[in-house]
Design a protein around this ligand. Structure first.
Ligand code: DX5
Ligand code: ZN
Length: 225
């Protein structure tokens, strides 16, 4: 029931296809794809062309996390490029319900992302349209930051809302997830875990698929929950 979603932000971009194949063959579930625009967040990463390029490399779901503003114009491009889930930040959309509708019209699952200081009231009237809620446990823009513990309280609150809705909505956490905190995060209600630096910095040449040991360590922690 737990899904691990390595963020390719921390992968070796010179070998991106291999990095994705390796991490999925090592037991990861979802490819987390961080899109930054140097406007909504102070960093610049990858766009639809890279999504299209990696699509044939894996059957795993591609989970596109849009940290861009404006958001609507780029959504169809990611849908065409093979994204399965598209998530956006409410602050980056003038019309949140419309943006959710646009993602669904394009045949993708829709997610709403909450920065550390973004209140959960944005869920009030749209939870029944969402397939994923993403709680940021760092301020977006960079990999390798420290987990902000207040995110645990947010996870507990959203877990209650999701359970009360009776709908199948993923509760994803993103930022500072490590082997030593993933169990606590799962106990707070997350079921889907983004991890970038913790996974991609732990590759081992001796592992059959490079990331087997680190993914096994994550799974072992989750098994304790
Ligand atoms: C941050 C991104 C994250 C990031 C996570 O803005 O959304 O997905 O890559 O990296 P780690 O796991 O290193 O905190
Ligand atoms: Zn992300």
């Amino acid at each position: 029931m737990y899904r691990i979603a390595p963020s390719i932000l921390s992968a070796n971009f010179a070998k991106l296809g291999q990095e994705i194949t390796d991490v999925i063959d090592s037991g990861a579930d979802i490819v987390h794809f961080d899109v930054m625009d140097n406007h909504y967040v102070p960093n610049l990463t990858i766009g639809p062309l890279v999504c299209e390029a990696i699509r044939p490399v894996t059957d795993a779901m591609i989970d596109v996390h849009l940290m861009v503003e404006p958001v609507d114009r780029i959504i169809p491009d990611f849908a065409k490029a093979g994204a399965n889930i598209i998530s956006f930040h409410p602050e980056a959309s003038n019309h949140i319900d419309r943006t959710i509708g646009l993602i669904k019209e394009q045949g993708c699952k829709a997610g709403l992302v909450f920065n550390p200081a973004t209140p959960l009231h944005y869920l009030d009237h749209v939870l029944d349209k969402l397939d994923l809620v993403l709680i940021m446990s760092v301020n977006p823009g960079f990999g390798g930051q420290k987990f902000i513990p207040e995110a645990l309280n947010k996870l507990r609150a959203v877990r209650k809302l999701i359970d009360a809705s009776g709908r199948d909505i993923l509760l994803e956490i993103d930022g500072g997830v490590k082997v030593d905190n993933i169990a606590e995060i799962a106990r707070a209600g997350a079921d889907t875990f983004v991890a970038g630096s913790a996974i991609y910095q732990a590759g081992k040449d001796a592992d059959p698929h490079r990331y087997d040991s680190i993914l096994a360590a994550f799974r072992a922690e989750l098994a304790k929950v």
